[in-house]
Design a protein around this ligand. Structure first.
Ligand SMILES: NC(=O)c1ccc[n+]([C@@H]2O[C@H](COP(=O)([O-])OP(=O)(O)OC[C@H]3O[C@@H](n4cnc5c(N)ncnc54)[C@H](O)[C@@H]3O)[C@@H](O)[C@H]2O)c1
Length: 502
């Protein structure tokens, strides 16, 4: 496909942005007119939202210096003080929910009803959770013979966060909230596809009283991120992105043995046993494939259905999928928005072609949909492939679009083996009324997050992280505190040195 065929047909100025988005470093936007500019489009309309200054070596250097200065101030505050300031940011985020949700829709193409209900508010919930925890981050005490020991739980220093484009503000909050609660400073690089909401988050942190330099947003490509990864003054990198990116970062981070947290891709199974409530299972399968137009890492795109209920399941799945409203993401009724970019949509459509050539049966969707008033956008009809085989590429590779593969199974041991037959292990779902079976199966599944009788619910209290190539380390929950602190063990002698020397 020639590149001109996948570009938007026309670009016009949108009203939301002032023109040029810059990096937010040391509590202010840093203007460098000499930097190259990248266009940032509204994926639904093709309108030019803003141009983004692509930070280079000088901005990376300034970001590290500012973050070091911010760290010196922030890490000296008590956890309670940090928590109070972070809670102010929570209040501002909630008060500006609608405005931020609209911004996210313009940048990403997802439906406003999702962005308003989930994206910003889940980010605020995350900051609130870790703000509440900030005062309670402490070490341990050990009573020893003639001595005692304790651990100090110390922040790491300057942390680098790198985000994906599917949940821009939520990912920025999932990384910054635990980092800041522990007393770290962060340089955050959003995806070039969705650069805007992280900048607003930085403004909001500043407004709340987070000192300059504690949360910086650097705008640019992977090359500026790589420069920061190579910098020995940066203590940690936390990435949300694809498996290939995770592997590349792992190699780069090795040069300074940097700590890493990786939230990567998935190809997760959703297993529906013969005793499942079919209506509920259909709801979950749709949630696991079509929410955020399929652009969710945990999606259960391999839907294993017990042979005896396959026909009934497919009938309801097709009926209900046909009712989904594809449309202008800003319309309150829209349930399926635009793919994030023309080239991403092309990649999804290519997989749909591959599925058909591999012999899967197209049961729904399969094509681009032209939406009135958003003719330039790339909308893809929720797509269901039936009678899939495990060896098909649509079944084994992450598509990251609204494409579901349905596979039939006969017994429990078989489906567990097939569900685990992948190098990925982000999530899994099990539908059954038999509780013993549910727990037995979950215990055998190689996945970091498992849902019994639901899908894609990620409460902040639950650790979130992948098995195998889907990730390393955790976000959310108490566990995230471990990922942003280090322990220092201190031994205190009470009875004198028992010296073996005369
Ligand atoms: N596990 C999770 O929590 C989670 C959540 C959302 C998305 N994802 C995954 O993210 C992917 C989609 O997002 P994407 O297309 O933005 O991913 P991506 O890997 O292309 O990019 C992610 C980020 O990494 C940066 N990057 C790319 N190469 C880099 C390199 N060599 N060094 C440093 N930075 C680099 C990009 O600029 C971007 O900011 C999917 O695979 C999806 O499953 C995972």
């Amino acid at each position: 496909m020639p590149s001109s065929a996948i570009a938007y047909p026309e670009h016009k100025e949108d009203t939301v942005q002032d023109g040029i988005l810059k990096s937010y470093i040391g509590g202010r936007y840093l203007d460098n007119p000499a930097l190259p500019l990248a266009d940032n489009f509204n994926p639904a309309t093709g309108a030019l939202l803003c141009k983004v200054q692509q930070a280079g070596a000088a901005e990376a250097e300034q970001a590290v210096k500012s973050a070091e200065a911010g760290f010196a101030v922030w890490s000296e505050m008590t956890g309670a003080e940090r928590g109070r300031i972070m809670n102010k940011a929570v209040g501002i985020l909630r008060a500006r929910n609608r405005e931020l949700a609209e911004l996210e829709v313009r940048d990403n193409g997802k439906p406003i009803q999702e962005a308003e209900a989930v994206d910003v508010l889940s980010g605020a919930d995350c900051i609130e959770y870790f703000a509440g925890m900030a005062a309670g981050i402490h070490g341990e005490h050990f009573q020893l013979k003639g001595a005692f020991a304790y651990t100090r739980r110390e922040p790491l220093g300057v942390c680098l966060g790198i985000g994906a484009w599917n949940y821009p503000i939520q990912i920025a909050c999932w990384k910054s909230a635990p980092a800041l609660a522990c007393g770290n400073a962060m340089i955050y690089k959003p995806s070039g596809m969705t650069p805007m909401s992280a900048a607003l988050l930085a403004e909001i942190y500043s407004e709340a009283g987070v000192p300059d330099g504690v949360f910086n947003v650097i705008q640019g490509s992977s090359s500026v991120a790589r420069q920061l990864i190579a910098d020995e003054r940066v203590a940690k990198v936390s990435i949300t992105g694809s498996v290939d990116t995770g592997k590349a970062i792992m190699k780069d981070a090795a040069s300074t043995l940097k700590r890493v947290t990786m939230e990567l891709g998935g190809k997760s199974p959703l297993i529906i046993f013969d005793d499942a409530d079919i209506e509920q299972a259909v709801s979950a399968a749709m949630l696991a494939n079509f929410y955020t137009q399929g652009e969710i890492c945990t999606n259960g795109t391999r839907v294993f259905v017990a042979r005896s209920i396959h026909a009934a399941f497919m009938q309801r799945l097709k009926e209900r999928t046909a009712l989904l409203k594809i449309g202008d993401p800003m319309h309150p009724d829209t349930q399926v928005g635009a793919q994030v970019s023309p080239s991403h949509a092309q990649s999804v459509l290519k997989y749909i072609d591959i599925g058909q050539s591999e012999g899967a049966v197209l049961a729904a969707g399969g094509q681009r949909v032209i939406v009135p008033s958003c003719e330039a956008g790339w909308f893809i009809a929720p797509t269901i492939f039936d009678q899939c085989r495990d060896d098909m590429r649509i079944v084994s590779e992450e598509i990251f679009g609204p494409v579901m593969s349905v596979l039939v199974f006969d017994d429990e041991a078989e489906v567990i083996q097939r569900a685990n037959a992948t190098r990925l292990g982000l999530a899994a779902g099990v539908f059954t009324r038999d509780l013993a079976r549910a727990h037995r199966v979950v215990a055998k599944l190689q996945a970091g997050v498992c849902w019994i009788n639901n899908y894609n619910i990620t409460p902040i209290e639950m650790p979130f992280g992948g098995y195998k190539e889907s990730g390393l380390g955790y976000e959310n929950s108490l566990t995230a505190i471990d990922c942003y602190t280090q322990r220092k063990s201190v031994y205190v002698e009470l009875t004198g040195v028992a010296s073996p020397y005369a």
